[in-house]
Each structure stands twice: as C-alpha cells, then as structure tokens.
Design a protein around this ligand. Structure first.
Ligand SMILES: CC(=O)SCCNC(=O)CCNC(=O)[C@H](O)C(C)(C)COP(=O)(O)OP(=O)(O)OC[C@H]1O[C@@H](n2cnc3c(N)ncnc32)[C@H](O)[C@@H]1OP(=O)(O)O
Ligand SMILES: O=C([O-])CC(=O)C(=O)O
Length: 384
C-alpha cells in the first residue's frame, strides 16, 4: 500500500450513490430529490420538504394533510423521555440531551427492530414530530421555566417557537426559522449522514443511526459550528449601542488577529464547496430579515466585518452555519441550543439516507494502512 491509496478524511472519495440530494460545487447548487433548495425554501413548508426527502416526490394535497395531522398528534413530550432528560444536569451540553432523548425513544419503541420500509418511515416521522418538544423543554428547563404544551392549530415552525418561548412568534420570525429548517435538512454524505449510513449498514435500527448521527453532528467542524460562530461573536463582544460600521471595524480587527494566530474560525470553509456554500445567500436573507425585525444592525456589522476580513486574508467563504448562528441568537435561543435545532431539521435527511442505505445495503467497512510497529514478540516468547 502506498501513500496514494490513503484518502485521509475520505476527501474526494465517492462512497456510494444517493438519490436524496445532489451537492454540485461547480454550479454551486444543491438539489433535494432534483429540486433546487432555494425554490423549496421560498415556496414550501418544512413539512412538505420532509415528505419530499422521505418519499422522493412532492406530496399530494391529501398526503400533506394526512402528514400534518400525524405530525400534530405526535408532538407531546413522551413521559419516558422527559424522565430521562430530568436526570441530566442542566449544564450538560444540549446535544447530549438530544442524543439521549432519541436513544430513549428507540429503546421504548415497540417497532424498534422492524426495518420494513413502512415501519422505518413511521418511526422517522415520529422522531420528526417529537423532537421539537425535546429542544423546547430543554431550553426552558435551563432557564428555570415550566414546559409549554404543543398547539395543534400551529404548523411545525410556529409550534416549535411557541413551545420554546411560550408566545406566538411574528410571521417574519417563523419564516426565517422555516427557511433554516429547509436549508439544514439534507446535504448528501456529510459526516453525520455518513455516520448514520455506517450504522445502518450493520443492520442496526433507525434510532441507533440517528443517535450516532447526532454524535457526529455535535463537533465544531460540522454542526457544532453554528454554536461556535456565536461564541466568536460573543468573544468579539456584542454591543447594542454600536453602529454597524463600528462593529464591522472591530470584528475585522478581531479576525486579522485570529488569523495571524493561525486560529480556525468556525462558520467558514467547507469540504465540498470551495466557491461558497449554495445555501448561504438564502440564509443570509433570513438573517437580514431578523436584523431588521429586531433592529440589531450591530450584529450585521460583526457578520460583515468577519466575512470581509476572512475573504481578504484567505479567500475562504462562509458556510451555512455562519448566517444560521446569529439568526438563532436574534430569535432568542441560547447559543448552546443552536446545534439541536440542526438535529431537528437533519432528522429528515438522516432518515431518508437510512432508508436508502437499507434498501440497497453493503456493509461499510474501509481498509486502513497499518503504520504501527513491525510484528514483535512478548518477552519470553520463542522466536522461530
Ligand atoms: C453545516 C456544516 O457542517 S458546514 C461546516 C462547518 N464547519 C466549520 O465551519 C468549521 C470551520 N471550517 C473548517 O474547519 C474547514 O473548512 C472544514 C473542516 C469545514 C473543511 O475542511 P477541509 O476541506 O478538510 O479543509 P482544511 O481544514 O484542510 O482546510 C484547508 C486550508 O484552509 C484553512 N481553513 C479552512 N477552514 C478554515 C477556517 N474556518 N478558518 C481558518 N482557516 C481555515 C485550513 O487551515 C487549511 O489551511 P492550510 O492548507 O494552510 O493548512
Ligand atoms: O456537507 C458537509 O460536509 C457539511 C454540511 O454542509 C452539511 O452537513 O450541511
């Protein structure tokens, strides 16, 4: 085996086919089941996008209605899940709460081991419907607040915000949230989806695959970057009294210093896109809308300054986590809650990939090139 056969980080390796989404860095486009994500974000509810990812086609009006009823009747926090969350300290990472919650859902599920396409789809839809209550409950318990019951007169995004904040969100806020859910839903063989596929390839169950996906998503080189972006903003210091220009100047100086110290700044760069993440312009418009809604120009100043300085120094462009982080901050989520929001969305993509992997499975098991010591013997062993 030579160095040439080792693909560190599997960079550039095509591991399998997928019909779920197409990431095309040449045209800077992202298609879910053939549809440009920008069109989906502009026109569809998150519920419709979820059905598209699972079923490969847009739902009929009846199919959508049926799913809406199903989703609204499966939103309540399961008592077993609530009990498990209550055992976790309020200062643990919320990603640990999300991972534990889905693990408990799987352990308690009567069809946990049923891998038929019908059971798999039903389980994916249940997790989709149940997860927002986990995030909302966890956000509220960290603030010492009582849980808020779901409302079945609200759609997925409206209800998510309702359960979290205990008040109906403004239309613009709901829309920015919906857009973030649509954009985060699916992205081919990213680290967490690939993890979910590896787990599925051993014939393990859907909840195990999603739980593993959450583990992979948590790190700051992947989904954890949306939280890390906000920590950067916090390190720079958010000063509401500052003008956009002042904030931009300060954040530019911060970035120059960070790069001089050879720091990696989260929210920039991407393994596949080298000329910009296809989702950023859409998410940035959602962020712009939130900045206008809450009257927080200084946030955009920090955003612009960091981006300009990174571009000037290294030509590295933002990824989706960059605009998503400050958007969730403006909506009122605690910084540590951002990556669980990513889970809520990516449950759709992960489960679509679990079903695709299951339908045409091959155990995922690459080779490694050994570079440890040559064979040697324990003291006292005869060598012949
Ligand atoms: C939804 C998502 O998961 S999107 C990704 C979210 N992750 C982040 O935002 C984390 C920050 N970004 C990164 O760490 C990287 O850009 C990754 C991991 C996303 C992609 O990385 P890779 O394709 O493996 O590229 P790699 O990390 O080798 O970077 C190539 C070069 O660009 C530099 N670089 C890449 N991203 C950054 C960054 N965010 N800040 C500073 N330098 C960077 C690297 O230091 C490296 O420089 P070098 O060649 O001088 O050593
Ligand atoms: O594709 C990747 O490597 C990471 C990413 O953007 C995502 O999962 O949305």
């Amino acid at each position: 085996m030579t160095e040439d056969n080792v693909y560190k980080g599997l960079a550039g390796v095509v591991a399998d086919y997928t019909a779920v989404s197409k990431v095309n860095p040449e045209t800077n486009s992202l298609l879910y089941r053939g549809y440009p994500v920008q069109q989906l974000a502009a026109q569809l509810s998150f519920e419709e996008v979820a059905l598209l990812l699972w079923n490969a086609e847009l739902p009929s009006a009846d199919e959508l209605q049926q799913f809406i009823s199903f989703e609204r009747s499966h939103r309540a926090l399961d008592p077993a899940v609530k009990q498990a969350i209550d055992l976790l300290p309020t200062d643990c990472h919320p990603m640990d709460v999300g991972r534990t919650a889905i693990s408990v859902m799987g352990a308690a599920h009567p069809q946990s081991e049923d891998a038929s396409p019908e059971a798999e789809l039903a389980k994916a839809q249940e997790v989709f419907a149940a997860f927002p209550a986990v995030v909302a409950y966890d956000q509220r318990r960290r603030r010492g607040l009582q849980p808020v019951e779901p409302r079945d007169d609200l759609d997925y995004s409206q209800n998510f915000l309702w359960m979290t904040f205990g008040e109906e969100a403004a239309e613009e806020v709901v829309d920015a949230f919906r857009v973030s859910m649509v954009l985060y839903a699916e992205h081919s063989f990213n680290a967490s989806t690939f993890t979910a596929r590896v787990v599925t390839s051993t014939q393990a169950d859907l909840h195990s695959a999603i739980t593993a996906g959450i583990g992979a998503l948590k790190g700051s080189l992947h989904g954890g970057a949306n939280e890390a972006v906000m920590h950067t903003f916090e390190e720079i210091g958010i000063d509401k009294s500052e003008s956009r220009e002042q904030a931009a100047d300060r954040s530019k100086a911060w970035m120059e210093q960070a790069l001089a110290e050879k720091r990696k700044v989260m929210g920039f760069g991407h393994r596949v896109y080298k000329n910009g993440d296809s989702r950023v312009p859409t998410m940035q418009r959602a962020l712009d809308a939130m900045v206008a809604h809450y009257g927080r120009g200084e946030i955009m100043g920090i955003y612009d300054g960091l981006q300009a300085a990174m571009d000037e120094a290294k030509g590295i462009l933002p990824n989706l986590d960059y605009p998503a982080g400050p958007t969730y901050h403006l909506m009122g989520f605690d910084t540590e809650m951002f990556t669980p929001l990513f889970i809520a969305s990516r449950i759709t993509g992960w489960s679509a990939h679990v079903m695709e992997q299951r339908a045409n499975n091959a155990l995922i098991r690459p080779l490694s090139a050994y570079n440890g010591p040559e064979e040697r013997q324990l003291p006292g062993q005869a060598t012949d």
